[in-house]
Design a protein around this ligand. Structure first.
Ligand SMILES: NC(=O)C1=CN([C@@H]2O[C@H](COP(=O)(O)OP(=O)(O)OC[C@H]3O[C@@H](n4cnc5c(N)ncnc54)[C@H](OP(=O)(O)O)[C@@H]3O)[C@@H](O)[C@H]2O)C=CC1
Ligand SMILES: O=C1O[C@H](COP(=O)(O)O)[C@@H](O)[C@H](O)[C@H]1O
Length: 577
């Protein structure tokens, strides 16, 4: 679309919140327009402005946005219009290399980034722009499809990437970054996004220095903050208070990358746009809900971080709880971020604090199989010897509200298990007065045939978040033939068959949302407080009582304790059968 002469006049769509972000202590007024992205028939990114009630108002493609100025190949913009600079703080690190730069390139490749943008890396390591580009280029891929112009696109993208070395608590370092950013932004309204891809103990240092010396004066300034957001209610509250010394809540984008996953996005669509599901979505029809996360590798390389947190903080308190909140919330007033987040907070605040007796913890131990040896968690040189940090946990949670009273929400998360998987399983109640659960005369009149299997006349809905995204519903049907045998079969929506296009990585969606100012998939501070309130007491009890984790072999299905926990609540894990 570049060069068509189309002009984008509706700055409020692309830059919603712009005016507030320049002044940390001022609050953004309520926006009646918030952006919503769609793709047009040619697959280009499009923004659709929503009214407060969520109805689409205006739409414009990203390439239509801000084509009121040109940018030279090396990213130096000509006068007029606006520009976005994305600074990846901690650019030399694992997440930046593995996820953030590749996601930015994928967005560029798909024409989803604004016409005028610049990417900066910031870290302590000494690197030239060229060295940063070389480092990034190793992890860029033409993920979507192998178009002929992929290497050209990579080259063009890399020309827009620059590097500034500096300390994280150094105002000089960020002033120097500010100077370089201004060079690239010259004459345009500057909008700045900082991605804090650094260990949490330096979040506040960076926010203090960067907000003081490298905030945009006329456009917006936003900070994406990576997890962990504290270790418990107290430390999380302290982090929030410290961040808010320098930033308004509207500038803080707390990322939980599970919210950017396709299937998690689809959860609300499934519920709220299909008449067949929402009426069943309550204690009246649902027996239990299971949220399952497993990885078939250990903490390799991240043991130092992990040991201080453990699996409950690493996966349950954030990723699985966020999914639970989306699953269980009431219908929001609209699709606006605040309406959705209000409903999530309500359901989180209705949850019971988790109790020690409703938790099982485990830790993987070394294991040899097929001539291969797998290490124990404590074999990781960055893990203190004798550590009792859980690498596995199962928990039973409850929502004390009218919709979910008495329904167990079971969570299970573990590293070094037999498979990599994330899924939501919804087990429905048994069919009342089930005709097929009775003993019947067999065909031919030769006495009765046990048809106890038919007692299983129950349904299960599975949303497989990864791998092989799918939504399937287990239903009972008759095995064809003269007899009467039931079979449990799947009505299966397998994404790879139905939607051949590759699914974008979660970080792509979330980065684009942050650029657009769309907060729906980011975590608000009151949500965070409510999430920590559920887990903090049990985490304190586990630590105070030095609860020893049940050991399970690397590559196994985890500790048997998880089955006893489920059985205590009359549940069988759906991923086992
Ligand atoms: N890696 C992952 O898969 C995931 C990471 N996260 C979160 O993202 C953030 C970044 O993670 P990741 O990239 O793995 O982190 P890294 O440990 O790779 O750290 C990122 C960069 O920060 C600097 N750094 C590291 N340790 C310190 C320190 N003690 N003091 C000051 N600077 C330091 C280093 O840059 P330099 O020395 O050049 O300054 C390093 O390259 C973390 O908050 C993490 O919890 C979240 C989900 C997944
Ligand atoms: O946040 C985290 O997530 C990853 C798993 O993410 P996925 O998208 O690959 O499923 C996990 O490995 C890591 O421990 C945790 O910090």
């Amino acid at each position: 679309m570049a060069g068509t002469g189309l002009r984008f006049r509706q700055g409020a769509i692309f830059f919603s919140g712009a005016h507030a972000a320049a002044h940390p202590r001022t609050r953004t007024p309520h926006h009646h327009c918030s952006p919503q992205r769609t793709h047009d028939a040619r697959g280009r990114c499009r923004l659709t402005a929503k009214s407060a009630n969520g109805r689409p108002q205006i739409s414009a493609s990203f390439r239509d946005v801000a084509i009121d100025g040109a940018q030279s190949e090396d990213g130096a913009p000509e006068q007029g219009g606006s520009t976005v600079s994305i600074t990846v703080v901690g650019a030399s690190g694992d997440l930046a290399k593995k996820k953030i730069f590749p996601a930015l390139f994928a967005l560029y490749y798909e024409d989803c980034l604004p016409e005028h943008f610049t990417v900066f890396g910031y870290a302590r390591s000494k690197m030239s722009d060229e060295e940063l580009r070389n480092m990034i280029s190793l992890t860029l891929t033409c993920r979507i499809d192998q178009r002929e112009n992929c290497s050209d696109k990579m080259e063009q993208f890399l020309k827009r990437c620059f590097y500034q070395s500096g300390q994280y608590n150094s105002e000089e370092g960020f002033s120097e970054l500010d100077r370089k950013l201004k060079e690239k932004e010259a004459g345009k309204v500057p909008n700045r996004l900082f991605y804090l891809s650094i260990p949490p103990n330096i979040f506040v240092d960076v926010v203090r220095s960067a907000s003081r010396t490298a905030s945009s004066q006329d456009g917006w300034t936003r900070f994406i903050v990576e997890k962990p957001f504290g270790r418990d209610s107290e430390s999380s509250g302290e982090l929030t208070r410290n961040l808010k010394k320098y930033l308004a809540e509207e500038q803080i984008f707390r990322i939980d990358h599970y919210l950017g996953k396709e299937l998690v996005e689809n959860l609300s669509v499934l519920r709220f746009s299909n008449l067949v599901f929402e009426p069943l979505w309550s204690r009246n029809y649902i027996r239990n809900v299971q949220l399952i996360f497993s990885e078939d590798f250990g903490t390799e390389g991240r043991g130092g971080y992990f040991d201080n947190y453990g699996i409950i903080r690493d996966i349950m308190q954030n990723h699985l709880l966020q999914i639970l909140a989306l699953f269980a919330m009431e219908t929001p007033v609209s699709l606006d971020a605040e309406d959705i987040r209000n409903e999530k907070v309500k359901v989180l605040r209705s949850m019971r604090q988790l109790r020690l007796e409703d938790v099982v913890v485990g830790q993987y131990k070394g294991h040899s199989k097929g001539g291969k040896t797998y290490p124990a968690y404590v074999d990781d040189p960055t893990v203190p010897s004798g550590s009792i940090t859980p690498t596995f946990a199962a928990a039973a949670l409850f929502i004390d509200n009218a919709r979910w009273d008495g329904v167990p929400f079971l969570m299970k998360a573990g590293k070094a298990l037999h498979t990599r998987r994330a899924e939501i399983r919804v087990q429905f109640r048994r069919v009342p007065g089930n005709l097929y659960g009775r003993r019947r005369r067999s065909v031919g009149g030769g006495g009765t045939t046990a048809t106890r299997e038919l007692e299983k006349a129950t349904n299960e809905l599975v949303l497989r978040v990864q791998p092989d995204e799918a939504i399937y519903l287990k239903i009972n049907s008759k095995v064809p033939g003269l007899g009467m045998r039931l079979d449990s079969s799947d009505l299966n929506l397998l994404y790879s068959e139905r939607y051949p296009a590759e699914i974008p990585d979660a970080y792509e969606r979330l980065l684009l949302d942050a650029i657009e100012g769309e907060r729906r998939l980011f975590i608000r501070s009151d949500e965070l407080d409510a999430a920590w309130a559920i887990f903090t007491p049990v985490l304190a009890d586990l630590e105070a009582n030095k609860v020893a984790p049940e050991l399970y072999p690397y590559g196994s299905r985890g500790p048997v304790g998880a089955h006893y926990l489920a059985a205590n609540h009359n549940v069988r894990w759906g991923d086992i059968s």
